[in-house]
Design a protein around this ligand. Sequence first.
Ligand code: F6P
Length: 322
Amino acid sequence: MRKIGILTSGGDAPGMNPCIRAVVRYAMSRGLEVIGIKRGYKGLIDGDAEIMNMRTVSGIIYRGGTILKTARSKYFTEEGGQRKAVQNIKKFGIEALIVVGGDGSFRGARILDEKWDVPTIGVPATIDNDIWGTDFTIGFLTAVNTALDAIDKIRDTAVSHDRVFFVEVMGRTSGFIALWSGIAGGAEEILIPEVPVDIDGICERLERGRKRGKVSSIIIVAEGGKAGSSYEIASKVREKTGYDDRVVVLGHLQRGGSPCAWDRILGTMLGKAAVDVAIDGGRGVAVGIINGKVKTSSLKDAYEKKKKIDFDLYHLNEIMAT
Ligand code: F6P
């Protein structure tokens, strides 16, 4: 093994830069050359890449986003796009490819590995934390802290105005950000896609709270739930209770910002682990962390199996919020 490639793909996540830095510096310490591909699979198709060195990754450990840039490439889902990508991989002399991203990126990595015989290794990086085979994905805890910072601020104005606030957080189809930021923020309700929304139940609990003197509340809503957007849920609750409410959608704020200490450490650990897998001839796998130890699982399992929400934590909030 002489040369490896690295790309970041899908939604950016804070901690991708520390991971790129770790891949480059560790691989170079093991005598490998590293090619950085720009804008994920799009860059592979376009042949947009550069040789990385110690200096190209200096001063990036604290920066959000990804210096390699990222994209979601529709063309790569087609045979023609994949063929072009593989031609460029051969042209660059890349012998193993490290793909840093979420489930969609892992699907692409598996296609390259199985269908086109390009050894690939996945590193889980997405704010959603919805990748199986790892307790944490890179970016998740920074996003939780960003959401929490906003929730704390919203709490001030909610209390001052005796209002109910619906705060919508990201997560696509999983409730990890909602659950963690909701618990940490002392939310009165946490609505996650994994649990059906019970509008009557929410209204009853709000009424009960009012009777006990709780005149403001924060309801965290994970995007992508079957009950609709936070605006739709808020209007149903308003119709039944008449409470003064406001909706805040945190959106892409949660994707940016300097990675927290854990995301820097996780990015560094998993970047190094991915290089080790490549050197040892491993392929078609994703690295992850389980109970503090680095593990690997198949790329297919990583994106196909559904990582479960901690329902003990979910129910604990029901008690905390009373
Ligand atoms: O997967 C990360 C994520 O931020 C999801 O939480 C969200 O649903 C999605 O990406 C938004 O994607 P885009 O940046 O393409 O709008």
